[in-house]
Design a protein around this ligand. Structure first.
Ligand SMILES: NC(=O)c1ccc[n+]([C@@H]2O[C@H](COP(=O)([O-])OP(=O)(O)OC[C@H]3O[C@@H](n4cnc5c(N)ncnc54)[C@H](OP(=O)(O)O)[C@@H]3O)[C@@H](O)[C@H]2O)c1
Length: 295
């Protein structure tokens, strides 16, 4: 007898397959559908039932997890279902922008569905492990009702009722991730120009990473308070250090665009009279918006 909540998974790419597997492992009856049907084959011996079309898939379970390539694919699959979505719960784990998450949630809610928007913050091998994190936003009651089921994927953090918030946190985390990886690769190219290997340099890069959590907390406090004290280090000193990175890049024939961008942001703040302030002052150079107010 089925005792766990039945769940449908729409989309069996790398991530949708990992989600379906995590649900099967947790003992849920799982119905799947994928545009290319052959991708469901591997899941059948593991217990998945295959639906012939999206309408039958959604009708098979009270909860449907949607994990497709992008927002356009979600519209292609779900919009034709129209009123057949009434009364069902959709958890959309397709990545996109906050604007897309809000518009899609509004459209699906208008069809009578209860909608939770989410973003998966880990690669497929971590799905279903204690290290997995999935961010959600949307109605608290919907999250609460299906929380135990969603825990099959990993930690489930509900970030608020605005459906765009999960995507916002996702993009914010990716912003930090990509900038960090690109900075490491630029640094590896600079030291590599003088024959230092990436492996030789990596432990020293890790020394910098170790101070970032405390640094981020300090920057966050400055940003939230709109105060940018520069008593420990100031923008003039920071801009000089950035200038050294730019000069060293150029001297090795490397593209200095990354440090040059940061140096330019610091210089703009200095030119506006903030040279004695701390590094957090450059948030204003991005046209910072905090809780609706442009500072
Ligand atoms: N993979 C990861 O590590 C990872 C990590 C975090 C978040 N995510 C997010 O998870 C989502 C899915 O990623 P993925 O890695 O599973 O991608 P994927 O392997 O490329 O799979 C894409 C899925 O979307 C379907 N699809 C694409 N266009 C479609 C359309 N027009 N109509 C119907 N179905 C369509 C594909 O169906 P077909 O099989 O028929 O092509 C397939 O099921 C993305 O939003 C991604 O950003 C992925």
């Amino acid at each position: 007898m089925d005792i766990e909540e039945p769940v449908t998974v729409l989309g069996l790419g790398a991530m949708g397959t990992a989600l379906a597997r995590a649900l099967l492992r947790a003992g849920h009856p799982v119905t799947v559908w994928n545009r290319t049907p052959a991708r469901a084959d591997a899941l059948v011996p593991e217990g998945a039932r295959v639906a012939p079309d999206p309408a039958a898939a959604v009708a098979a379970s009270p909860l449907t997890v949607v994990c497709l390539l992008d927002d356009a694919a979600v519209a292609t699959v779900l919009d034709p279902l129209g009123d057949a979505l009434a009364g069902t719960t959709l958890v959309n784990l397709t990545s996109g922008t906050p604007e897309q998450a809000r518009a899609t949630a509004t459209r699906l809610t208008a069809r009578g569905a209860q909608v939770l928007a989410g973003t998966i913050m880990v690669p497929t091998p971590l799905v279903g492990t204690p290290d997995a994190l999935v961010l959600y936003s949307g109605a608290t009651a919907v999250h609460e009702r299906h929380r135990t089921t969603l825990e099959a994927f990993g930690r489930t953090d509900l970030l608020g009722t605005d459906p765009g918030r999960a995507a916002l946190f996702d993009l914010g985390m990716l912003d930090v991730f990509f900038a960090g990886m690109a900075a490491f690769l630029h640094a590896a190219a600079v030291v590599g120009g003088d024959g230092i290997t990436g492996a030789e340099f990596a432990p020293y890069a890790e020394q910098v990473i170790a101070i970032l959590p405390e640094t981020f907390r300090g920057l966050a406090a400055d940003v939230d308070a709109a105060r940018h004290p520069g008593h420990e280090d100031n923008l003039v000193m920071n801009a000089a250090a950035l200038g050294h990175i730019v000069a060293t890049s150029r001297a090795r024939g490397l593209d200095p665009a990354l440090p040059e961008l940061i140096r330019r942001l610091a210089q703009r703040a200095i030119d506006r009279g903030h040279g004695a302030d701390g590094f957090s002052r450059i948030v204003e150079e991005f046209g910072m918006v905090v809780t609706g107010a442009v500072r």
